[in-house]
Design a protein around this ligand. Structure first.
Ligand SMILES: Nc1ncnc2c1ncn2[C@@H]1O[C@H](COP(=O)(O)OP(=O)(O)O)[C@@H](O)[C@H]1O
Ligand SMILES: [Mg+2]
Length: 319
């Protein structure tokens, strides 16, 4: 069965796409069949990082119903066992994904035949991004050492956990209303954290609180720190992990530390992913280690969630 690995970041420019492309090559080099999916709609550039020409139909075609299936969009990258489903390079402006299309994409992703399906998600915490992230119990968060990037990663994780709990209960349920109200008050500055939410839930319904705890126990995101400038930066990933565990109540794994590698920007210009020529560089070896960890750790089933069509309302409000 294929393993879907969503790759997210709170902030853009942290190297998420470079990471996805190079991780794909590392996994393929270890004998795995890999499909990379560019879900950063509106600013797709995974093809560039892979050195694939921008002349193929992509997810944009699927969204506009020009392509029947995601599988029909598969592009051979020229690297053995590595395939790409491009973004919307030929059809720009699909950043707003209609809800039913999103569901359809998720169903199709689950049907793809490969050992690994890596999703390069858009930056930020919009529900479009977070819902793809929650397709797995163990999505990856890429961050750089910058404080703003670390803080955005933390916000992303909080939003993901809130969305997880929200989608644990059906639409219009009392539990869901309770969670919404809690979050609204919290956003207004009450300063409460998730343990307060669970305590409040407990007063409200023991059973619901228990269900939330079980769901939180199933989430196990993994952090990658990219563009580390010094060994000191290594500690930042651990800090993010411990703060999230303390305040948000989920366990996380710190799966990789990649240093800044000057050859990377040149490799993009030359359209030849860095890992391909330099698997034995420091960056290459760190990437191989991440790939091996992903191969050797079975990923538990994602938490069961209710479908959520709140995006429709959000879209409606935008007009
Ligand atoms: N480990 C690294 N060392 C040096 N430069 C990097 C590294 N990772 C990414 N970059 C550079 O950072 C820039 C942004 O990377 P990109 O993958 O497009 O970010 P994102 O997808 O997060 O927006 C690129 O120009 C790339 O060359
Ligand atoms: Mg990107």
């Amino acid at each position: 069965m294929q393993v879907i690995i969503p790759i997210a970041s709170g902030k853009g420019g942290v190297g998420k796409t470079v990471f996805t492309a190079n991780l794909g090559i590392a996994l393929a080099s270890l004998g795995k069949t890999v499909i990379l999916v560019d879900l950063d709609l509106g600013s797709s550039n995974l093809h560039t990082c892979l050195g694939v020409k921008n002349r193929h139909a992509g997810i944009g075609s699927f969204i506009y119903k020009k392509a029947e299936s995601l599988e029909s969009l598969l592009v051979d990258t020229g690297i053995p066992r590595l395939f790409l489903i491009p973004g919307d390079a030929l059809l720009p402006g699909t950043a707003n994904l209609p809800y039913f299309r999103k569901l359809k994409i998720m169903k199709e992703l689950e049907q793809l035949t490969a050992d690994f399906v890596l999703l390069d998600l858009g930056a930020g915490s919009s529900y479009n991004v977070v819902d793809f992230f929650l397709m797995s119990s163990s999505g990856l968060i890429v961050t750089s050492p910058e404080t703003t990037a670390i803080l955005s990663s933390y916000s992303f994780l909080k939003t993901a956990v809130f969305r997880l709990l929200f989608r644990t209960f059906p639409s219009k349920s009392e539990e869901r209303n309770f969670i919404s109200e809690f979050m609204t008050e919290r956003l207004e500055g009450s300063g409460n954290d998730f343990s307060d939410l669970l305590a409040g839930m407990e007063d409200f319904s023991q059973e619901a609180a228990e269900k939330c705890r079980r769901q939180l126990g199933k989430l196990y995101p993994r952090i990658v720190l990219n563009m580390g400038a010094s060994n000191q930066d290594l500690l930042l990933g651990s800090k993010l992990r411990s703060i999230t565990t303390r305040n948000v109540g989920i366990k996380m794994e710190y799966i990789g530390f990649l240093k800044r590698e000057e050859g990377i920007s040149r490799s993009i210009i030359e359209r030849r992913p860095f890992y391909q020529n330099h698997p034995d560089s420091q960056f290459g070896r760190a990437m191989t280690l991440i790939a091996k960890k992903l191969i050797s750790t079975p990923i538990p089933e994602a938490p069961a969630l209710f479908e959520e069509n709140e995006d429709i309302r959000q879209l409606g409000e935008a007009f």
